[in-house]
Ligand binder design. Sequence first.
Ligand code: GRF
Length: 192
Amino acid sequence: MVKSIGNEKISCAVFISGRGTNLKSIFKYSKNKYSKINLKLVISNRRDALGVIFARDNKIDCKIINYKNTKKAEKQILNYLKRKKIKFIFLAGFMKILSKNFIKKFKNKIVNIHPSLLPNYKGLNTHMRVIANKEKFSGCTVHFVNGKIDSGKIIIQKKVKILKLDTAKSLSKKILKEENKLYPKAIKKVFS
Ligand code: GRF
């Protein structure tokens, strides 16, 4: 879907707000000889995010953004992206909504992971809602980001069976494991 020029890797950024397990799996994948991406920047709106520690431990440039004022925050992010010549963005548990204007600047160059089988269960608290509705399956989706929440073109999905004894917590654990495997697969697909 996206072509890299020659053997040059595409400079990417990952946006996070928390734990950073997907950041970790993207980073691990980026180190693969055959991967087309170079993870050059991590953006976090939270200083205390665990993913920030991971980025620093692994010497990935990491910027903390103060989101008190969204317009200013996005302007600052765009500056960092420009400085680092970032061409592609992966959202991995980033809890802020990017403005339409921002998304336009990276049209078809922003990808997100969501812990449900989209288009079902967009938004927050997916596992809780899935369990409350007694669904038989859930899963995770990697998709392009457009102007509407969790609505862009789907790249890849993984279905997960829900067992009778599953709770929102156990389901979230099961799905997260699949998410961590799915993100690299999606990236491979995007840059094939
Ligand atoms: C994941 O469940 C992802 O689907 C959602 O936020 C969570 C982030 O987890 N958007 P992590 O920070 O990558 O561990």
